[in-house]
Write a protein that binds this ligand. Structure first.
Ligand code: ZN
Length: 243
């Protein structure tokens, strides 16, 4: 972690913020650590924009949880990368069923998406004088997405440092933890208020459903994203209350 060497000028961070559980937890993690945190969201023609629509309310919710977080939370940037959607034939951008292809990857996988996101994030950091990128990639629950692997992230970090001749530290606080631990991390960072904000205001469902309310939040309850979120919540609650 290069935090110890950070100066006032370069200690700012940019958090990849989609409006989901993982990226909201990561934004709270960044707000707890860095004196200035800006956010970036990507619009690439996702079939459901529900997640992106949650972002403004979540930022306001985080600012309400802590005066320090409010002070640290900087500008929000929304970047349109429609080309990514145009070249990706996946369940998230086209109206097809979620399934697993011959390689074992879910067809929700947008090839190279995280590499593109991190590259845009670093370019924005360069302009804004920010040295830290905080992102929610996770190898534990990664569903086989190769661009979520730590090895991929470290390689991108090295390529960006070479290609921009400036160092951007990419922090991935969720890399080695599962969904239950992600809920526990939210509790550690912002107490019950943050757990409630994430439960009620973040969006995870692949189908874009917000009709039904479950213990773990809103969703369809059936798609892989809802099932993963529900299972994590159940393990988190079991661990917290002993069963
Ligand atoms: Zn769902």
């Amino acid at each position: 972690m290069p935090d110890a060497n950070a100066t006032a000028e370069n200690a700012g961070a940019l958090a990849l913020f989609s409006g989901g559980q993982d990226s909201t937890t990561c934004l709270a993690w960044a707000l707890a650590r860095f004196p200035h945190v800006e956010t970036i969201g990507f619009d690439y023609g996702q079939r459901h924009r529900v997640e992106l629509d949650r972002r403004a309310g979540l930022r306001e919710g985080l600012a309400r949880i802590s005066p320090l977080w409010k002070e640290r939370l900087g500008e929000d940037h929304t970047i349109s990368i429609e080309a990514l959607g145009a070249i990706s034939e996946t369940a998230l951008t086209r109206d097809v069923e979620i399934a697993f292809n011959a390689t074992g990857l879910p067809n929700t996988f947008v090839p190279g998406r995280n590499i593109v996101f991190l590259t845009f994030a670093a370019a924005l950091c360069y302009r804004r004088g920010l040295s830290h990128i905080v992102a929610g990639m996770c190898e534990t629950d990664y569903s086989g997405y190769p661009d979520c692997r730590n090895e991929t992230i470290r390689a991108v970090e090295a390529a960006l440092a070479l290609g921009m001749d400036r160092t951007f530290a990419i922090h991935t606080p969720l890399m080695w933890i599962d969904k239950a631990a992600t809920w526990a991390l939210a509790e550690e960072l912002g107490g019950e208020a943050l757990v409630q904000l994430i439960r009620d205001e973040t969006h995870t469902c692949y189908l874009g459903e917000r009709g039904a309310r479950f213990d773990w939040g809103y969703g369809c309850g059936e798609c892989p994203a809802c099932r993963l979120r529900a299972a994590g919540w159940e393990r988190y609650v079991a661990g917290r209350f002993g069963g």
